[in-house]
Design a protein around this ligand. Sequence first.
Ligand SMILES: [Zn+2]
Length: 259
Amino acid sequence: MAFDECAAGDALPDVSRQSMELTARWAARSRSRFDSLQSQGMDAGRIAVDTVSAIRGAVSGTQALFGIVQGGSDLDLRRESLSRTREIGFDGYAIGGLSVGEEKSVMWRVINHLAPEMPANQPRYLMGVGTPEDLVEAVSRGVDMFDCVLPTRNGRTGQAFTSRGKMNLKNAQWSSDTRPLDDSCECAVCKRHSRAYLRHLCMSGELLASILLSHHNLAFFLDTMRRVRQSIRSGDFTKFRREFTEGLKAYEGEKALST
Ligand SMILES: [Zn+2]
């Protein structure tokens, strides 16, 4: 990633502009430094990024350089940031400065505004997002790649993401539940351990709880994206999105029934 500066969500317009200008200057410097290191053979080599699968097939250590679009919630600034980043030219393009505490509707408005202007044949990366439903929603709006702390951060606080919604393992309802976290998950934790045992680890303050829940959460996120790719390839993404989103509400429905 090129260096960037992310202005605060409630920054005044001229502060957002200065921040976007700084990001554009840093982008140009990052690009030229990256290129000079590559041409001097001081880096492990370059990935030619045509498709996401080209990244997966790349030799370990080789690199691509992404530019980052900033501009806060100001759509004109965003558009200018994207066009200046594209002018410099990068292997992929990231949308930064979202998911930093603003209303979710602001994030979708910015993505809707930017996605049609982004190169179709280069990866689009939404930084710092998000929940499983956010990932699927953002894909439907044209995003390819994500990164987020949620799988591990929530894993450390006793929360599991599953195909039926988010579970808080500290809740008493799981105390004698012998089922795995998620019946449809193939991860090592779901193969070996019950909800009741994982809850016991959480309640006892065992470090192992954080490790096992993080492992499962990462497996669930990666599996979600694998299913997204598969459904796009087979032309079933709309159906997948509907069923996936419905499934996530299962625990909420059960809670409503039991109260
Ligand atoms: Zn699992």
